[in-house]
Design a protein around this ligand. Structure first.
Ligand SMILES: C[C@H](O)[C@H](O)[C@H]1CNC2=NC(N)=NC(=O)C2=N1
Length: 104
């Protein structure tokens, strides 16, 4: 069954529980600063978590800045519970690799 888009109230609630994450252009997004030496381990753990979830982030790396964007294709690109669950996992992985959230 396809995941359904979160309602505005569900999104607001989810964002209070995901302090690293913002809604930007319809995606759930975050950026973390990760040291160059920690980047390979961070990405390996991220990829493993994504594969386990069957859900994947758009990832942009620029030097020590890692940008992540999540949405759900089969919900028409909306944010669903799959995205918020993976976001929480990604925040834990980033923290485990010394990553600090870049808040904007
Ligand atoms: C078949 C496969 O499980 C789907 O294409 C998965 C893969 N990863 C995905 N990742 C994201 N972010 N959204 C999806 O809808 C999605 N779908």
């Amino acid at each position: 069954m396809p995941a359904s888009p979160l309602t505005d109230a569900e999104l607001d609630q989810a964002l209070t529980e995901l302090p690293d994450w913002r809604l930007r252009d319809g995606d759930l997004t975050a950026s973390f600063t990760v040291g160059r030496g920690a980047l390979p381990g961070f990405y390996a753990a991220l990829a493993a978590a994504e594969d386990e979830a069957g859900h994947h982030a758009r990832v942009t790396v620029m030097y020590t800045s890692v940008g992540l964007a999540l949405n759900t294709h089969d919900a028409g690109g909306a944010v669903t519970a799959k995205d918020t669950a993976l976001a929480a996992t990604i925040s834990r992985i980033a923290a485990d690799h010394g990553g600090g959230a870049e808040r904007s």
